[in-house]
Structures are given as structure tokens and as C-alpha cells.
Design a protein around this ligand. Structure first.
Ligand code: ADP
Ligand code: ASP
Ligand code: MG
Length: 446
């Protein structure tokens, strides 16, 4: 049976309100192979919850909470049968508002618990939308299967445990009915609620797809597939009908928000094709991501990641001395700071850090900077954007490199990384110039 299962994930705008949820129900009901449905929080709700976790004033939290209640009630009141679902929603809202009354700052565990309510609410509502369309459907608490470690804000899924839990608790249910569950959230070994990081519902869908042995994972969103660049940046962006796992993974890593960066890891492990399409226009086609593709063009896409921090560490004393880089990276590793781009000279190293926006956590880099300053001069520049040109054989083919550098000629770059990967060339520009640069580069390369 499991070969027949399709896992369908609906993102925030796809479940934003009742009409949007109804369009998703059309998609689910049109294909009997769709058995497991993973939903995000309705659009805007997670942002509100994250903002709430940052407030220490109870009244400020409730101002934000009003927005969540409004979005939730709008869907609730559009349903035909409100008694049971209304009681379930009310119970969730009571649980949430009780948490919000607590004085003082929230712990990291409480922040994750608060953020979990978006998906918990939308999954209850969407299950009812499907039930009213005649489906045999239940809502399932994904925390029963989605075991993570205890890193709140970026819980690491425990794949073996998830597989075992899924066989025990989820697969038997899937044989009898449709299941609607939550993306983004999980539970640690103590049963505490965790989250997988912003945009994590795509990753949840792929992990569950792996656990149930899905034939396909579908990601339904607000664009008709993966484009050559974010279609919000240029009207010239084109949908890519077919793309390989590794190319799409590079795009996701370098900021193509359409997929959470880790989404393709489980899909690649089990060779499960991933489809990306628009829940508003399901008939408009979409993008198939798979292992083998017919074409691997030199230039595939351009990705943009804003809010990058560039740190330059300079130590004249290190001229001809061994171990400078080792020392720098040891400090960063001790402080659990992950580095993206690196360029070096004899006595200095420049590296970029991703300052993920919208996160309720955000690692402080101050202690690491203080340690680096013990033996070097450190400068920190903010407000930068990382632009990645993604393609194939970018490091080797003369014609390819030549035309790429020609396209980059007029761009005012702060740093460039080329050669380590055959699949990408990355550089930094000022945030304020980034959108224009992507547009210009897109015209030149595509
Ligand atoms: P969802 O809520 O469905 O998860 P997201 O907002 O997380 O949706 O992701 C979809 C958005 O990703 C699109 O609206 C688009 O602006 C953005 N995006 C960035 N890069 C790309 C790309 N290369 N192709 C398509 N969409 C992209
Ligand atoms: N609701 C979560 C977020 O907004 C997860 C997701 O939508 O993928 O980040
Ligand atoms: Mg998303």
C-alpha cells in the first residue's frame, strides 16, 4: 500500500482562509493517492506567534493574539458544522492564552510551544473542511511521531525514531482514512514541543514522506513551481519544469524560500520525487524535482539571501605561522556558529553568517567575537545580501565562466566565492542593491 501514498503539504497562503482551504480540499479530493496532508499555519499566524514570544508585556501579547483569533474565527465561521470543531479550537485558544498570561520572558521551550499553535489550529480547521466535503478524515498530532532532539527553534529530526513511531501510530490510520497533520512542529524525548525552524513544514512533509514510503511528496504553495529566480524579484523569472535534487537543494540552501533548505535531504535518501505547484492554479503545472533530469544547463537559477553578516578576522602576527584558520574555526565551532562563505589571505579570513530573519531565537555572536578579538582584529559588516548563481560545471568550462564574469562586470561586489563548488558561484552585495543586481544578472544569464 505504501507505494501508492502521496504526501501533500499546503503552505501558509494555501491555508490562509476558508476559500484557500477549499481549493486545497479540491486538490486532495481529486487524487485518491493523497493520503497524508501536512499543513502550515495560516499565513501570518507564525509571524504573530513569534512576535508574541518576544513580548514581556502581557497586554502587548494579547494585542498580537487578537490577529490570530481573527484569522482562526474567520475560517471557523465559514464551516457548516461548528460545534465539535469549535470546541476543539476553543480548547487550543484557552491553552495558548493561558501561556500568554505568564509574567516575564519565555523560555526557549515555551517559545516553541507557543509557535506550535499556528499549525495545531490550521490542521483542526482543514480536517473539518475536508470532512464537510465528504472525506473520511482525522486530524493527527504529529508530535506523536515527529521526534526531534531538544534544540528548541531548530529541532533535529530523529529519523529512526520517526520511522518506528510512524509504523506504530500513523501507518495503521492511513490505511483507513485521510490524515491531516501539522508541519513545522515535533517533540523531544521528554515530550516537549519543538519546532524545525522557520519554513520547516516543507521539511516535515519530506520527513513524513520518507517515513511512510511515499511515492511522491507534493509541496503546494503560492507560485506555480520553482522559478529561475524568485518571481517577486523580476517578471522575467521562468518556471523550471524539471530540476535535479542537487540543483534544487543548492537553490534552497542559498535562499530560494520556496523550499526549506533541508527538504530534499529525506527525498534524496529515499529517491522520492518532489512536486512543487500552486494550490491556486493546480492546473498550471509545476516543477518536478528528481534524481535524473534530461537537461543540466550551465545556468539554472539565481538565489538571494538577505541579512548576511560579514566578519573579517585579521591577525598580522599570523604571517607564515601555522594554525590561524584552525584557531578561528575552532572558536566558531565552540560557539555553534555556522559559516557560509569563506575567503582568505595570508593574515586574514572573511566569512559570512546567515542572520535568519523571523527567528525567535537567533544565536548571539558576541561571545565568539570576544574570543576572536583575543588574538586578532575583528570587523563586522551587516546589511549584506548573498547572491548565488546556481548551475552545472560553473567552475570549469571556459565559456561558462567567461560569460558569467562578463555578466558580473558592472556589479559592485563586497566578496566573491568561486571554484569550491561546481554548482554555485556566490557573492555579497549591499542589501539595498541586491534586488536590482538579481534582476540585471537574470536578464544577462537567462
Ligand atoms: P509557503 O507558505 O507555501 O511555504 P513560502 O512563502 O515559504 O510559501 O515560499 C513561496 C515563495 O518563495 C514564493 O512566493 C516566492 O516569492 C519565493 N521564492 C523564492 N525563490 C523562489 C524561486 N526560485 N522560485 C519560486 N519561488 C521562489
Ligand atoms: N508556519 C511555519 C513558518 O511560518 C512553518 C512553515 O510555514 O513552513 O515558518
Ligand atoms: Mg515555506
Amino acid at each position: 500500500m505504501s507505494e501508492q501514498i502521496i504526501v501533500a503539504k499546503f503552505g501558509g497562503t494555501s491555508v490562509a482562509d476558508f476559500p484557500a482551504m477549499s481549493r486545497c480540499a479540491d486538490i486532495v479530493l481529486a487524487d485518491p493517492r493523497i493520503r497524508l496532508i501536512v499543513v502550515s499555519a495560516s499565513s501570518g499566524v507564525t509571524n504573530l506567534l513569534v512576535d508574541i514570544t518576544k513580548q514581556t508585556e502581557v497586554s502587548a501579547r494579547f494585542d498580537l493574539y487578537a490577529g490570530i483569533e481573527r484569522i482562526t474565527n474567520a475560517v471557523l465561521h465559514a464551516l457548516k458544522e461548528q460545534a465539535q470543531v469549535g470546541a476543539n479550537i476553543k480548547q487550543l485558544l484557552i491553552e495558548l492564552t493561558t501561556l500568554l498570561q505568564q509574567p516575564g520572558a519565555f523560555s526557549d521551550a515555551q517559545k516553541d510551544l507557543i509557535q506550535s499553535f499556528g499549525e495545531r489550529l490550521s490542521s483542526v480547521l482543514f480536517a473539518q473542511v475536508l470532512a464537510e466535503r465528504g472525506a473520511m478524515v482525522s486530524q493527527f498530532d504529529v508530535r506523536r511521531v515527529m521526534r526531534t532532539d531538544s534544540q528548541f527553534g531548530k529541532g533535529e529530526p530523529q529519523i529512526e525514531q520517526i520511522a518506528a513511531n510512524t509504523s506504530q501510530y500513523l501507518l495503521p490510520l492511513l490505511k483507513q482514512q485521510l490524515i491531516v497533520t501539522q508541519g513545522f512542529i515535533g517533540a523531544d524525548p521528554l515530550g516537549q514541543t519543538t519546532t524545525l525552524g522557520r519554513g520547516g513544514s516543507d521539511y516535515s512533509a519530506a520527513i513524513l514522506g520518507e517515513a511512510v514510503g511515499a511515492a511522491v511528496v507534493q509541496i503546494w504553495t503560492d507560485v506555480v513551481g520553482i522559478f529561475t529566480t524568485d518571481p517577486r524579484l523580476t517578471a522575467e523569472a521562468r518556471c523550471i519544469p524539471e530540476i535535479s535534487f542537487d540543483e534544487a537543494a543548492e537553490m534552497a540552501t542559498f535562499g530560494a524560500k520556496v523550499l526549506h533548505p533541508a527538504t530534499l535531504i529525506p527525498a534524496m535518501r529515499r529517491n522520492i520525487p518532489v512536486f512543487v505547484g500552486s494550490s491556486r492554479e493546480p492546473q498550471a503545472g509545476g516543477t518536478w524535482i528528481s534524481k535524473e533530469v534530461d537537461a543540466r544547463p550551465s545556468y539554472r537559477a539565481i538565489a538571494l539571501r538577505k541579512n548576511q553578516t560579514l566578519i573579517t578576522v585579521k591577525s598580522p602576527a599570523m604571517l607564515h605561522a601555522a594554525g590561524f584558520l584552525a584557531k578561528v574555526f575552532e572558536i566558531l565551532s565552540q560557539h555553534k556558529i555556522s559559516v557560509d562563505l569563506v575567503t582568505t589571505s595570508e593574515i586574514s579570513v572573511a566569512l559570512t553568517l546567515d542572520d535568519a530573519p523571523g527567528s525567535a531565537f537567533g544565536t548571539s555572536i558576541e561571545p565568539a567575537l570576544a574570543a576572536l578579538k583575543q588574538f586578532s582584529e575583528v570587523t563586522v559588516e551587516e546589511g549584506l545580501s548573498l547572491i548565488a548563481v546556481i548551475g552545472n560545471h560553473l567552475h570549469s568550462t571556459r565559456g561558462v565562466t567567461g560569460s558569467l564574469f562578463q555578466a558580473l562586470e558592472r556589479i559592485n561586489m563586497r566578496l566573491i566565492c568561486h571554484g569550491a563548488s561546481r554548482h554555485n558561484l556566490c557573492f555579497l552585495v549591499q542589501d539595498t542593491e541586491a534586488a536590482g543586481v538579481v534582476k540585471e544578472l537574470h536578464t544577462a544569464l537567462f
